[in-house]
Design a protein around this ligand. Structure first.
Ligand SMILES: Nc1ncnc2c1ncn2[C@@H]1O[C@H](COP(=O)(O)OP(=O)(O)O)[C@@H](O)[C@H]1O
Ligand SMILES: [Mg+2]
Length: 264
């Protein structure tokens, strides 16, 4: 059975997509099979792994998850292989923007993703889900399908705001629809060690959350222009600029995630 990790934060631009792309890539490099799932209608993960969201021809998360099984355009989820790697991807495009409306009329709509992923559970060691920057029906589906949540947090002051709201949603999901869901940890992203307030925010994260039972990863992801460059060529930073401190951060994060699952 795959470990299913949802990468969640309702704030946009905090490195959710970068975290999924780099962690997924690195898990494969380290010998684990991995499926990355794009659950954002903007298709950023799809693009950052080298696919064109407008040329997917019906093989997206939408057909498999949102369209009911008796719909003529329904297709079981069919992972695409990312070029030159063993990494698999369920892509997304703007069709997914209709999910909120389409799922509204469906029975147990919180579990649409869990149902769609069920046949793939045995085929992978890890399934990573890239969430949209909202706490709507798509993010709730990710929390319902996952057994763990990873929370990227930008290391500036504004990023800390909104974290309580996210933690409340996670806690409600645990109580009402997914009791096995655990918080894998918070990872600081977009970190610039030259900026005093970034160091302050990291300290604040480490002071506030571990006492509440919410781990904060030792790994911190440095800010670097290489991320945007890598996005433009459709590769994660760990593949595009392996020497970059941001890539090193993601390699360390991957080790920490693996160490977590290696524990008895
Ligand atoms: N560590 C980083 N340093 C610099 N830029 C980054 C970093 N991580 C992500 N980015 C860039 O910031 C933007 C937002 O990142 P992204 O991963 O898409 O965030 P989210 O998925 O949370 O919206 C993208 O343009 C991405 O290339
Ligand atoms: Mg994103």
């Amino acid at each position: 059975m795959a470990h299913v990790i949802a990468v969640v934060n309702q704030k946009g631009g905090v490195g959710k997509t970068a975290t999924v792309a780099n962690l997924a890539w690195e898990l494969v490099v380290m010998g684990h099979s991995c499926l990355a799932v794009d659950l954002d209608p903007q298709g950023s993960l799809t693009i950052s792994l080298g696919f064109d969201p407008d040329a997917l021809d019906g093989d997206t998360i939408y057909e498999g998850m949102v369209l009911p099984a008796d719909h003529p355009q329904h297709r079981a989820l069919h992972p695409q292989l990312v070029e030159l790697t063993g990494l698999a991807l369920i892509p997304a495009n703007l069709d997914l923007a209709a999910a909120e409306l389409d799922l509204n009329t469906q029975y147990q709509r919180e579990f649409a993703l869990k149902r769609a992923l069920a046949p793939l559970q045995e085929a992978f060691d890890f399934i990573l889900i890239d969430c949209p920057p909202t706490l709507g029906v798509l993010a709730i589906n990710a929390l319902a399908a996952a057994d763990a949540v990873l929370i990227p947090v930008g290391t500036n002051y504004l990023s800390l705001r909104g974290l309580q709201l996210l933690l409340r949603s996670i806690s409600m999901t645990q109580q009402q629809i997914n009791p096995v869901l655990q918080i894998l940890g918070i990872v600081g992203t977009l970190y610039d060690r030259r900026l005093a307030h970034h160091t302050d925010v990291m300290q604040e994260l480490r002071r506030l959350f571990p006492p509440q039972g919410i781990p904060v990863f030792e790994s911190v992801i440095a800010r670097s222009v290489r991320f945007e460059e890598a996005g433009m060529v459709g590769k994660p930073v760990v593949a595009y600029a392996p020497q970059n401190p941001g890539a090193e951060g993601y390699r360390q994060l991957t080790q920490e995630v693996l160490a977590h699952y290696a524990r008895p």
